[in-house]
Design a protein around this ligand. Structure first.
Ligand code: NAP
Ligand code: MG
Length: 503
């Protein structure tokens, strides 16, 4: 018997109004792993209404930051206590290797709730009063209201935390809609939020399709703000829908991030780093280092090292602790990756490693692809410009730092980038010229909830994480308090005591 998962609306678990369900597929096996209630438009409205009531009538937005922080810490504690189950769900539903879900995912979820708890506590130290021309003035930050969050399938549990933690820390209520391909850890987090004692309706989680439940949420007049992570194409649609009642939006979209290896880099370290940059989670990472620019003087030796080391990456079932790389999320995604590899060949690039589906013994139905490296790539090729979202790396040579920066910036995206170099001053110079929201020097994937994350150009709008990300969930109010009283002179441009010509 497969496990069944329900929606979380208004503090209670609930089936879909229509009674519909859908299957969650384990990408390692291609088999059904669980059954999930499928929210439709009605359920989206029901969840938005629960969040609206919790915001308009409930205690949450009126609570002090330090009080709200206690609930966030409680959620973090429950995630810790339930780490085994959450990790297992992420592995079986979203294809995260078990090492990754137990380590990276659980760690990031806990620290996201903790960091926003800290920030919520500090909220109360803000608002200094300032005196100005007979008045006292202060700036107050207030929650925005009901937040809708729509997330992708690649890092479900982390994405849920990235959306829920800042929203509720700032006093908002939230409705989260995960991707159909990987909803389970969202629903489990929804349950933990209820168990943590959050007032009913503060956190609602509905699994349903984007076209149906997703659009209904983003379009709803009950919703004040939308946070979306996903493709640039759907991001455009979200902006259009959000325009109905002028919702605030943050968008975290696609990427085609450039890793630049300068000729003074520690080559072994950079080879490992480049592989981790692209093949972590089979390349299904928005900020993956998908374009690798290598200085021409070291290009050949670097490429040889890269191909040799890529050969040692163990592709296997996500549940198997020895696997370095698991499956891609779905049959559809596997086919997309295959199509792009064919495109790369047609464009004249050379497959130096991989290039085919991977066979994993005992898991014939799984969606596995080999770690694939293209050489002979020109930055204008489709495989260097379009987001593939799979384990495919494009390696491109460059002459000098000037050319590396120019080529790296030649992209519609601007999410992340990186520089590998033994010279910090040189690396920083390059880093500062990259038109991206994050740059890693001699590292990759170092996303930290204390520091903002988001994209330039078509990689998005606004930032998540840190104080900046917290502020994206708050309105700003200026309060002016008159100190002069009734005896002061009126404003010269509005003084009824001045005789007028008709008097
Ligand atoms: P997607 O197709 O854009 O879907 C993302 C989410 O939007 C899913 O929940 C989806 O629901 C929903 N959706 C689809 N159409 C919608 C609509 N018309 N209205 C409202 N919601 C709608 O992206 P994906 O394929 O799941 O994820 C991969 C993409 O996400 C990549 O482009 C990647 O770069 C990006 N990403 C970006 C970041 C970042 O931080 N910048 C992080 C992770 C991923 P369904 O389940 O029904 O499709
Ligand atoms: Mg699944």
């Amino acid at each position: 018997m497969t496990e069944r998962f329900q929606l979380w609306i208004g503090g209670e678990s609930s089936g879909a109004t229509s009674g519909e369900t859908f299957d969650s597929i384990d990408p390692s096996t291609g088999e059904v792993y669980a059954q999930v209630a499928k929210a439709g438009k009605d359920d989206a409205v029901r969840a938005a209404q629960a969040a609206r009531t919790a915001f308009d009538e409930g205690p949450w937005p009126k609570m002090r930051g330090r009080e709200r922080a206690q609930y966030l810490l409680k959620v973090a504690e429950l995630v810790k206590q339930n780490a085994g189950r959450l990790a297992e769900l992420e592995t079986n539903d979203a294809g995260h290797t078990i090492r990754m879900s137990k380590g990276a995912d659980i760690g990031m979820v806990i620290s996201t709730f903790r960091v926003f708890a800290e920030i919520a506590v500090r909220e109360e130290d803000e608002a200094p009063l300032t005196r100005s021309q007979g008045s006292m003035n202060y700036i107050r930050r207030e929650p925005i209201g009901v937040c809708a969050a729509i997330t992708p399938w690649n890092f479900p549990m982390q994405m849920a935390a990235w959306k829920i933690a800042p929203a509720i820390a700032a006093g908002n209520t939230v409705v989260v809609k995960p991707a159909l391909l990987a909803p389970l850890t969202h629903l489990e987090l929804g349950r933990l939020c209820v168990e943590a004692g959050l007032p009913a309706g503060v956190v609602n989680v509905i699994a349903g399709s984007g076209a149906d439940a997703g659009e209904a949420l983003v379009d709803s007049p009950l919703v004040d703000r939308v946070a979306f992570t996903g493709s640039t194409e759907v991001g455009r649609r979200i902006m259009q829908l959000a325009s109905g009642n002028i919702k605030k939006c943050t968008l975290e979209l696609g990427g085609k991030s450039a890793a630049i290896v300068l000729d003074d880099a520690d080559l072994d370290y950079a080879v490992d780093g480049a592989l981790w940059g692209i093949f972590f989670h089979a390349g299904q990472v928005c900020s993956a280092g998908t374009r690798l620019f290598v200085q021409r003087s070291i290009h050949e030796v670097f490429l040889a090292g890269l191909v040799k080391r890529a050969d040692g990456i163990r592709v296997g079932s996500a549940a198997e602790p020895a696997s370095d790389m698991g499956p891609v999320i779905s049959k559809g995604q596997l086919e997309t990756v295959e199509r792009y590899v064919a495109t790369g060949r047609d464009e004249g690039a050379d497959v130096l490693a991989g290039g085919e589906r991977a066979m994993v013994e005992g898991h014939d139905g799984g969606f596995y692809f080999q770690p694939t490296i293209f050489g002979g790539v020109d930055n204008s090729m489709r495989i260097a410009q379009e987001e593939i979202f799979g384990p495919v790396l494009a390696v491109i040579p460059f002459e000098d730092d000037e050319e590396a920066v120019r080529l790296a910036n030649r992209s519609i995206y601007g999410l992340a980038g990186g520089v590998w170099s033994g010279d910090n001053a040189r690396a920083v110079k390059v880093a500062e010229r990259l038109r991206t929201g994050t740059v890693w020097i001699n590292d990759w994937h170092m996303i930290n909830p204390r520091y903002p994350f988001g994209g330039y150009k078509q990689s998005g709008l606004g930032r998540e994480h840190g104080e900046v990300g917290f502020d994206e969930y708050r309105e700003i109010k200026h309060i002016h308090l008159d100190l002069a009283g009734p005896n002061r002179a009126r404003h010269p441009w509005w003084d009824l005591s001045v005789p007028k010509r008709s008097d």
